[in-house]
Write a protein that binds this ligand. Sequence first.
Ligand code: NZQ
Ligand code: ZN
Length: 383
Amino acid sequence: MHNFTYYNPVKILFGAGSISKIKNQIPANSNVLFAYGGGSIKQNGVYEQAMAQLTECNVIEFAGIEANPDYDTLMKAVAICKEKKVDFILAVGGGSIIDGCKFIALATHYEGDPWEILTKPDHVATKAIPLGTILTLPATGSEMNCGAVISRRSLGTKLAFGNPLVYPVFSVLDPLTTLTLPTRQLQNGIVDPFIHVTEQYLTTDLNSEIQDGYAETVLRTLIKVGKDIVDGATDYDTRANWMWAATNALNGILGIGVDHDWAAHMIGHELTAETGLDHGQTLAIAAPQVWRYQRDAKHEKLVKFARNVWGLNNLDKNDLIDKAISLTEEFFHSLGVKTKLSDYGISVNKELFIANLFKYNPPLGENKAIDSEAMLEILYNMH
Ligand code: NZQ
Ligand code: ZN
C-alpha cells in the first residue's frame, strides 16, 4: 500500500426529511446563491423544502445550470456572486449542479482568468465561497468530494479540476428526493458509481485489503440494487443503499493508498464533448475496453474482481477475467445501457478524437500506458 493522507471534511446529513436540518448549517443573514437546473426540484417538493430553510437569509436564485454544466452559464453566476456579495452557495440537484457550483465558488475569488482553473493543474486559488448541497441524483459522488467537471461548448471541451477549497461544507442525502428520476438517470446512477469504484480498484494489486473489500462491497451493492432501481423500485432501503453506495464510490475512502486509473473517465468526458452522450453512457462503452487493453497490468485485480464481486470460481485465471468483463457488460445491458458506440448509431473520427483527448491530458491510466497508439485500438473496440 502507498503512503497516504486522508482528509474529508464534508458533513453528511443522510435520510428522509434531512433537508429540514440545513437551517442550522448556513449562517443567518447570509447572501445565499440558490442554484439549480432545469426545474426538476420544483416538481418533487425539494425546492419548497429547501426554501423553507432559508427564511433568515437573503436568497438569490440562479436557475438553468444544464447537464454537463457549461462554462459560459457558470460565468454569469460568477458575475452575480461578485455583484451581490454572495457568501454561501446552496447547490440543489445532481452532479452537474454541484460541479457547476464548485466552479462558481472558486472562480468568484480567483485572481486571473478562471479558465486556468480547468486548464492549469498548478493554478493557485486561495479562497472559495462556502458551498452546501442537496443531492437529488445519486451518481457522481460530487456531494462528498472536491472534484468537478465543466464543459465549455463554445470550445468543444469538457475538463475536470480538483481543489480542496470546494469540498462542500455539508451535503443532504435524502433518498426520497430520487423518486422522480427518469429511467435514463437511474441507469446513469448505477453505471457511473460502478465505474468510479473500478477506476480505483481495477489497477495494481497492492494487498490493500481494506480498500479492496470496501470497493467490492460497493460494487456488489450496486449489482444487487441496480436492476430494481432501474425498474423503478420505490422502497426506502433500496433507494438508501443505492444513494450511500454512490457517495462512497467517490468520496475518496476506497481510493486511498492505491493506484488509480481514470482512463475510462477521460475518454468518457471527451466522448460527451463530441457526441453529447450522457456521462454514464460513455463509461459503459469505454471502461470494458480499457480493461481488455490493460488486462496484463490489471491481471491480479481482474481475477479478484471475478472471484469477489462476480462470485466466479473453478476457472483458469484468463477465463475468469474474460467472464468477469463480459458479466459486467451483461449487467449494463440488463439495465438497458448499451456498451458500443454503434449501438447508438455513433461513429467518431478517431484521429480527431485522439488529438482532442490528448490536447490537455497526458497519457492515461495507472501506468500512463494509454497513449495515442493504444487509444486507437481502444477506440476501434468501442465502436
Ligand atoms: O436540471 P434538472 O431539471 O434538475 O434535471 C436533471 C438533469 O436533467 C435531472 N434530475 C436530477 N435530479 C432529479 C432529476 N430529474 C428528476 N428528479 C430528480 N430527483 O437529471 C438530469 C441529469 O442531471 P446531472 O446533474 O447532469 O446528472 P449527474 O448527477 O449524472 O451529473 C453528471 C455530471 O457530473 C460529472 C459528469 O461528467 C457530468 O458532467 N461528474 C462529476 C464528478 C465529480 N464531481 O466527482 C465525477 C463523475 O465522474 C462525473 O464526471
Ligand atoms: Zn463518473
